[in-house]
Design a protein around this ligand. Structure first.
Ligand SMILES: [Zn+2]
Length: 614
């Protein structure tokens, strides 16, 4: 018997597939993007040498910083204390305790003890304590060495019993919400090990931080002594750069009302994106998705990241690599396959993101003679001209890939940028406005380390603070510090972290994505009002922040904040145990139980508090 075989039932799915393929083709080729500046977009201001420190010449000196220039242990702490005070616009004088009698304390509101060795202050500590009893405020910024001087002092800082021998402790547990995002977190980390005094504290102390280990050693507390206040830090671990936020919070606890400028910006970078995608397959990807790397990035990784950004309302800044060719000798061959660069670039821009530059190839800008690239297994460039020619090639390529896009942001390859290249770079990348390298350097200091600042050549330095899809406890600690000090998130990830056993910890993309989502949820719920931005927009915020001068004082029970170098808007953080009732010159919103984000729209802000007679 003959059977009829009909293939017509295949026509419908076939037609469907054809339509789908056609749709994808149109989508890949034709994503529309718009690079025009929108009305209301704030612009970078022209380069100018503005006076920030002395903008208000009559602003009184607030803090006396006591330090010992010969003490090696506290060099780092002192650098970071100074950077923190500058960042908060606290006017201070520094006094070397080895040079004799300290200045008359009644000329200051606060004293910061930034030395571990109290013996040089021995004869003067009772005078400091008396001054606190009469209303003075002291921050002990580092756990002192055990000594009889410290034992004599312990009662005045709220210790009722203790032991002179230090104990090993680790991690941090936040007992209050005195730092942005900290409340309730217990962060154990191998990178947070230190020594502390085991102490019993008076019930009148407010303990903000304890160690995360079993000892629960108090690490940071405040204590009202007489009419004054002492804030005490019981570890040597918070003096590093990523610990500046603790110093800022500890200092601000000294005052009943305290305000400081912040950047108020959250930026997510995707390094090496767009870039040529590695050909072939990867076991982790094949096992989970049955697809090659190319299809995985296009159909899984990028749509997942786009969905997260849409859901939580943030943006990506991608930085482009033309080729992974390791050539460092001209001529530099043009990348002919532009499909991927175009597709992902357009998609980034269409989502409101930014596309910046990373490199013609992935070789850091250091001459061979410096020996730097060799340390990272990269070839060194033979001449400056070769690096510059590769930049011209990159710039030409990227203009063709995304016509109209300005490419104002540059991320140094592997965060390495030798000092001579930093100088000439703005002259070969004509639209360059922003360099985004790293905030925290490696121990050998080989990376291009930055502050959030404006350089003398007009470039905005916008460092990245943290990285990875799975931020560990030390990363969270760092983020909490920078949210508290600058109200800033600056985070990067690589597409190929997913493929790397080191960086992706052998986890599936689903697992990485879910942990990254948890991190984003935590970030934005911890920092209400934090503005999501591209790198360029973040740079605009950094420029406003870095130029802002602040002079604040209580006048008849109301808090008056005067701003210098105010252009159009500014953000400030207010810490106060009193409840703000009204504001003039801006808006105010709660960040924690005693921290408030102020968005200034005028150069003068007036805050009134509840419980005051008008
Ligand atoms: Zn890279």
């Amino acid at each position: 018997m003959k059977k009829d075989y009909s293939f017509s039932y295949l026509l419908l799915p076939l037609a469907f597939l054809l339509v789908l393929a056609g749709g994808l083709l149109v989508q890949r080729a034709g994503i529309q993007y718009d690079t025009a500046e929108k009305p209301g977009d704030l612009k970078l201001l022209p380069q100018a040498n503005v006076n920030v420190a002395d903008f208000f010449p009559n602003k009184p000196v607030e803090a006396l910083v006591l330090f010992d220039p010969l003490e090696e242990d506290t060099k780092n702490l002192n650098e970071n204390i100074i950077a923190t005070l500058d960042s908060m616009r606290v006017k201070y004088v520094r006094f070397s305790i080895s040079s004799g009698q300290i200045p008359v304390l009644t000329n200051y509101q606060t004293v910061i003890v930034a030395t571990s060795d109290l013996s040089l202050l021995e004869s003067q500590l009772s005078g400091i304590v008396d001054w606190v009893g009469n209303g003075g405020r002291v921050l002990f910024a580092i756990r002192p060495f055990p000594s009889s001087v410290f034992s004599d002092l312990s009662g005045a800082v709220g210790i009722i019993s203790g032991n002179d021998s230090l104990i090993q402790a680790s991690g941090v547990e936040y007992k209050t919400d005195f730092m942005v995002g900290g409340k309730g977190l217990i962060l154990e980390s191998d990178d947070l090990k230190y020594t502390s005094f085991p102490v019993q504290l008076s019930k009148d102390t407010i303990v903000h931080l304890v160690s995360a280990d079993e000892s629960k050693t108090p690490l940071l507390w405040q204590y009202n002594y007489g009419k004054g206040r002492i804030v005490f830090i019981n570890t040597e671990r918070f003096g590093s750069k990523e610990g500046r936020g603790v110093s800022s919070a500890a200092y601000s606890l000294l005052q009943n009302v305290f305000v400081y400028p912040v950047i108020n910006s959250s930026v997510f970078f995707l390094d090496d994106f767009p870039s040529p995608v590695p050909a072939g397959t990867n076991d982790i990807i094949t096992n989970q998705y049955s697809m090659d790397i190319d299809h995985f990035y296009t159909n899984v990784w990028w749509p997942d990241l786009q969905a997260l950004a849409k859901k939580y309302n943030y943006k990506y800044t991608g930085v482009m690599i033309e080729t992974y060719d390791d050539n460092v000798v001209p001529p530099f061959t043009k990348q002919l396959d532009t499909d991927r660069h175009q597709y992902f670039g357009r998609s980034l821009l269409a989502d409101g993101g930014e596309v910046g530059l990373h490199g013609y190839n992935h070789i850091p800008f250091c001459l061979a003679e410096t020996g730097v690239n060799k340390l990272f297994d990269y070839p060194g460039w033979p001449t400056t001209e070769a690096m510059q020619l590769s930049s011209y090639e990159l710039f030409g390529f990227t203009k063709e890939v995304l016509p109209g896009n300005k490419y104002e942001t540059y991320v140094p390859v592997s965060n390495i940028l030798c000092s001579d290249a930093r100088i000439w770079l703005p002259s070969v990348l004509p639209n360059l406005k922003v360099i985004a390298s790293v905030y925290i350097n490696d121990p050998q200091k080989l990376h291009y380390e930055q502050e959030f600042t404006e350089s003398s050549d007009g470039i905005i330095e916008l460092p990245r603070i943290t990285s990875g899809y799975v931020p560990d406890n030390f990363v969270r600690w760092t983020v909490i510090n920078e949210l508290t000090l600058h109200y800033v998130n600056s985070h990067f990830a690589h597409p190929d972290d997913v493929l790397s056993e080191d960086r992706g910890s052998k986890q599936t993309w689903d697992a990485l994505r879910n942990q990254f989502e948890d991190y984003v949820i935590w970030l934005y719920s911890s920092a209400p009002g934090l503005r999501s931005m591209t790198a360029k927009q973040g740079a605009v915020a950094v420029q406003r922040y870095v130029r802002l001068a602040v002079d604040a004082r209580m006048v008849n029970g109301t808090y008056e904040i005067n701003l210098g170098n105010f252009y159009d808007e500014a953000s400030l953080m207010l810490r106060t145990s009193r409840k703000p009732a009204s504001i003039e010159g801006g808006t105010i919103s709660a960040v924690s139980s005693d921290m408030y984000l102020i968005r200034a729209s005028k150069a003068k802000i007036v805050v009134k508090f509840e419980g005051e007679t008008p």
